[in-house]
Design a protein around this ligand. Structure first.
Ligand SMILES: [Zn+2]
Length: 229
């Protein structure tokens, strides 16, 4: 090529390089599921101390342990949970600067953003929360059944988180499997985490395969009713 065309060729190469880099910068083939931002539901957290920064290494699933009633609004529930947690212990709250969980999933499958993932979560139990990403499914799965939409959203969200933070499938667990005395996330949901089916669905999502989620019949001793949407 002549000297005259060189700058043009160089710019074209740079353009191609930038385009390629942008493609890679997308990080993974997994699409982030739609998440309602904390701003959109009216989150009003307190400043978080630097001492609470952490590196996510585990993904831990919870249920709310509170019955979800027909007509409940997940945006209102998130605001209420946050304002209750922010109250001092003397006022009946928890002294939590923000929601205790990083993501909250409604029975209709909507996902809400909670506490920023760069900060460790909170717990009412005793495990070391450092490194845990907390994903909450609304409902009480000791007395209600988890909804298929909720499970699918949880699988897609956890798959995306696992890719983003390079979390091994062995570190995707229910709250009661991280070594504490709790029935969380409830018997109707925790069975899929205990026998590895949930992790299999997550692996399929990570591989871009059809999820083929199939939930079991109700447990013999119940619960029998799916959480209302
Ligand atoms: Zn829990």
């Amino acid at each position: 090529m002549t000297l005259k065309t060189q700058p043009l060729m160089l710019s074209l190469c740079l353009l191609a390089l930038l385009t390629a880099t942008n493609g890679i910068a997308d990080e993974s083939s997994i699409t982030k599921p739609r998440v309602i931002s904390a701003e959109a539901w009216g989150s009003d957290p307190l400043p978080m101390p630097v001492s609470r920064l952490h590196e996510p290494r585990f993904i831990t699933l919870h249920h709310a342990g509170v019955e979800w009633k027909a007509g409940d609004d997940p945006l209102v529930k998130a605001r209420n949970l946050q304002s209750w947690g922010k109250k001092s212990v003397e006022e009946g709250g928890k002294d939590w600067p923000d929601l205790p969980y990083h993501f909250l999933i409604a029975p209709d499958g909507r996902i809400l953003e909670g506490r920023p993932t760069k900060y460790e979560p909170e717990t009412n139990t005793t495990y070391d929360v450092n490194g845990h990403i907390g994903v909450l499914l609304w409902g009480n799965f000791e007395i209600q059944r988890v909804s298929p939409a909720q499970v699918e959203s949880a699988v897609r969200l956890v798959a995306w988180l696992a890719e983003k933070y390079e979390v091994d499938e062995k570190q995707i667990r229910g709250h009661q499997d991280v070594g504490t005395d709790t029935d969380c996330p409830g018997k109707d949901f925790s069975r899929y985490l205990k026998d590895g089916r949930f992790q299999t669905w997550v692996n399929r999502a990570r591989a871009g395969e059809p999820l083929a989620i199939k939930l079991d019949e109700a447990l013999e001793e119940g619960p029998t009713e799916i959480v209302p949407q």
